[in-house]
Design a protein around this ligand. Structure first.
Ligand code: ADE
Length: 255
């Protein structure tokens, strides 16, 4: 029996564009205004898709991947704003847990808790995250060769780190120091903020399907967050994502 595919989901066109050239025997299926690109990368069956931005778009995509394409695991790649001190532009964050920072049904339920589930935090698949974290570390270690130190310098990136921990998601692009300070105060463990990961987490938990979330830090979720945003994705984050995904699949990681 042929193996079920792995889904690699991107939020931005630039990232999907960087991954598509890796795909062999491509067959694309259009469903719910999304193009699902099926094929293999290093012999591994995969589905590549653009989720769109935000939690609803991502949930639709994740459910279709699990229900229509029977993917056996999902990996969400993209960028995030650094929240915790020491999480800087150019670093990579691999989620261990995810939470929706804009979920607040208090006083009916505790702040951040998903009503009727009794939980606010969703765990990633530990083995998958570990494999991606190791791949991320190998790519960060050869960042100069991948991207070039001069180019990294243009974005103010020095020695990058790989962090593991809590990523928080919400339907807001966090672009003010005041907003990120509030998030930091409410969620001191949060390493980074983005707009999709916790939606994947909740959908995958419902289906009992393993998932992981991998983010390159594009900004510090402050007043300068939007500056160079798409250029960063095209010139830095998508190169990292591609290298990390390739490294991970090349090692035959999916089980
Ligand atoms: N993705 C990348 N940067 C972000 C930010 N500052 N807020 C939300 N999502 C992001």
């Amino acid at each position: 029996m042929s193996r079920l595919p792995v889904a690699i989901v991107s939020a931005m066109h630039e990232e999907l564009r960087a991954l598509l050239p890796l795909l062999h025997d491509r067959q694309s299926v259009r469903l719910a205004r999304r193009d699902f690109h099926q094929g293999t990368i290093h012999g591994q069956p995969v589905v590549l898709v653009l989720s769109g931005i935000g939690k609803v778009a991502t949930t639709t995509t994740a459910v279709l991947l699990m229900h229509e394409f029977s993917v056996r695991q999902l990996v969400f790649t993209g960028v995030a704003g650094g929240l915790r001190r020491g999480v800087k532009v150019g670093d990579v964050v691999v989620a261990q847990q995810l939470l929706q920072h804009d979920m607040d049904a208090s006083p009916l339920f505790p702040r951040f808790e998903i009503p009727l589930t009794g939980r606010s935090h969703f765990d990633v698949d530990a083995a998958l995250a570990e494999a991606l974290g190791a791949a991320a570390q190998r790519c960060v270690d050869r960042a100069d060769a991948l991207i070039g130190s001069a180019h990294l310098g243009d974005f103010g990136i020095g020695a990058a780190l790989v962090h593991r921990g809590l990523i928080v998601s919400g339907d807001r692009f966090v672009a003010s120091a005041a907003h990120s300070a509030k998030l930091r105060a409410a969620l001191p463990d949060a390493l980074a903020v983005e707009m999709e990961g916790a939606a994947v987490a909740q959908a995958c938990a419902d289906f009992g399907r393993p998932f992981a979330v991998l983010r390159t830090i594009s900004d510090r979720a402050d007043d300068g967050a939007h500056v160079d945003f798409t250029r960063f994705i095209a010139e830095i984050a998508s190169i990292y994502t591609r290298a990390i995904v390739e490294d991970w699949l090349q090692r035959g990681a999916p089980s």
